[in-house]
Ligand binder design. Structure first.
Ligand code: B12
Ligand code: SF4
Length: 475
């Protein structure tokens, strides 16, 4: 899973370190089909084997580089990342660790032997950290790191802005391009797939999300800088690009933001790059009221067609819509629209022409009952029939994500406080398809059954038949 997808942070990090004068080599362990077992776990009474797919870290020579960098964004992959660090340290390597999971909880990585963990998502800490480990710069310059001796340096203020991330050369981008896209199969003419992070942070505070914990506010590239990043993807050979901002439409809250969004979308079209919103996009911000409390919830048609229009070659080829809990709308998450306005916006998106929609729903919230999940499933059926009546060729799938306690998030604190968690293995806790928390009214196993039911009814029983959860088959 996720073996040949584009590598986003490697473009950012490599370009940044090269710009500072370091020689950088990308070691992509996922670039191999080899499988190795590294443990077992039990879920729903079944013994599951943990399998790492890729080249073995045990074959890495720890002395090969002056400094090793490990990126670990996912709790689910924590155990493997720690095994990599232990191996490198045992052989005398120096190791820096970055990424969301290490940012949120550095301790397991330091315990595995990391010399330092980056605790600044903006990039401001990176050059000094590598310089210090390589022996080319002083400890006095360190910011935003947790160190092996238990000490820490506060992150730089102000943080770095994506606007200041050095743009990678196409030769740096080329080895990071992907051939798979996690949301949907893509036709050959949209491959290879590039990736660009055109802004960082978010103005919202959804309780399950790590992004607000970065404490960066919202920082966006200008359309000119975004064009340089998109051009680098195109020049490296990409035919489509995943824009994986946390909050691409955050720009709209500032004067001139709407025009900047239109400009970036026009640039992608001009470069011949199909856009993939694989990380979700807040549809509420594409209303005339821009998602502000009490604002006009009518779709901004020009923006909708710029973001989700598709002419068969350019525009938006696929979108993930984080509908989360559409039945309760802003009552559950402030970013959501009430059901009626949500339907109007989704219909406008379907009319714009996007051929493929993944509709993300959260199942297993602490107060969830069978009735609430049945009601939500009814609404998803309703949404599917509304949209397919506008575009009969539309591919519409539901993605029923179960809760997981992401380190540092308010939801994680609540799940612990309410004693709803039934597991402590990161491989189970970090996966959306291995429900790990009871609700006040049902067990985690019943939540998992609801996940399968959503997939079976909306995406088709044959999807589930492909493998035990049906979902990974879609990736
Ligand atoms: C893009 C993305 C994805 C993409 C990844 C695509 C890809 N191949 O890159 C996709 C959609 C596949 C994805 C999936 C998932 N994601 Co995601 N994703 C992100 C997102 C938005 C951006 C990651 C990124 O590239 N960041 C940009 C770079 C710049 O940040 P970075 O990697 O941390 O690197 C910076 C620093 O940390 C540092 N750094 C990093 N590494 C190193 C190393 C060294 C040596 C140094 C010096 C510095 C350094 O330098 C960089 C520049 O500043 C983050 C949120 C976020 N803003 O980070 C969520 C995020 C990482 N995802 C999250 C989650 C939960 C998931 C899923 C579980 C969801 C799901 N649908 O199943 C899956 C799990 C995937 C898996 N197990 O493989 C959570 C992770 C929480 C956690 N601890 O587990 C996050 C934080 C979002 C959130 N809402 O909370 N995700
Ligand atoms: S809108 Fe998205 S990125 Fe922002 S806090 Fe909510 S889930 Fe996180």
């Amino acid at each position: 899973m996720r073996r040949t997808e584009p590598l986003a942070s490697k473009q950012i990090l490599s370009a940044h370190l090269m710009d500072a004068g370091f020689e950088v080599t990308l070691v992509n362990l996922k670039d191999s089909e080899r499988e190795s077992e590294f443990g077992t776990t039990t879920w729903r009474g079944r013994r599951l084997t943990k399998v790492a797919v890729g080249a073995s870290w045990r074959d890495l020579d720890p002395r090969r580089f002056d400094v090793w960098g490990v990126t670990i964004n996912y709790l689910q992959e924590r155990e493997i990342a720690c095994a990599v660090i232990e191996h490198l340290k045992a052989g005398g390597g120096r190791v820096a660790v970055g990424g969301s999971d290490a940012f949120a909880e550095p301790e397991p990585y330091l315990k595995a032997g990391a010399d330092l963990v980056i605790r600044d998502k903006s990039g401001a800490a990176n050059v000094a950290a590598i310089g210090w480990l390589a022996g080319t710069s002083e400890a006095a310059g360190l910011t935003g790191v947790a160190l092996a001796d238990g000490s820490a340096r506060p992150a730089r203020r102000p943080p770095m802005s994506p606007q200041d991330w050095p743009v990678p050369d196409p030769s740096v981008v080329a080895p990071t391009l992907g051939m798979e896209y996690w949301e949907a199969p893509l036709p050959p003419e949209l491959k290879p797939i590039g990736v660009s992070m055109l802004d960082l942070g978010c103005d919202r505070h959804c309780d399950f999300c790590e992004t607000p914990t970065y404490r960066l506010g919202y920082k966006a590239m200008t359309p000119e800088r975004a064009e340089e990043w998109l051009t680098a993807q195109r020049d490296a050979g990409a035919r489509s690009v995943i824009i994986l901002s946390d909050q691409f439409l955050g720009r709209i809250l500032w004067p001139g933001g709407r025009e900047k969004i239109l400009e970036i979308m026009a640039t992608a079209r001009r470069l011949g790059l199909a856009v993939l919103w694989g990380n979700g996009i807040e549809i509420n911000k594409a209303t005339l009221g821009r998602g502000r409390r009490g604002g006009d919830r009518t779709p901004d048609e020009e923006l909708v067609s710029a973001l989700w229009g598709w002419d068969g070659e350019v525009g938006c080829a696929q979108v993930y819509v984080p509908a989360e809990r559409p039945s309760t709308g802003p009552g559950s998450y402030e970013k959501l629209l009430p059901w009626r306005e949500h339907c109007t916006m989704m219909e406008a998106i379907a009319r714009a022409g996007v051929p493929d929609i993944n509709y993300g729903v959260i199942v297993g919230l602490p107060d969830d009952t069978d009735e609430e999940l049945a009601r939500t499933l009814e609404l998803v059926h309703d949404m599917k029939s509304r949209l397919t009546s506008i575009n009969p060729a539309l591919k519409f799938r539901v993605m029923p994500f179960a809760l997981r306690p992401l380190p540092g998030t308010p939801q994680s604190h609540e799940l612990h406080r309410q004693k709803l968690l039934r597991f402590d293995d990161p491989a189970i806790l970090g996966g959306f398809w291995t429900a790990c928390a009871d609700t006040h009214h049902m067990s985690y196993a019943q939540v998992a059954d609801w996940q399968s039911r959503y997939i079976e009814e909306i995406n088709g029983a044959e999807t589930v038949a492909k493998n035990w959860q049906g979902v990974t088959a879609m990736y």
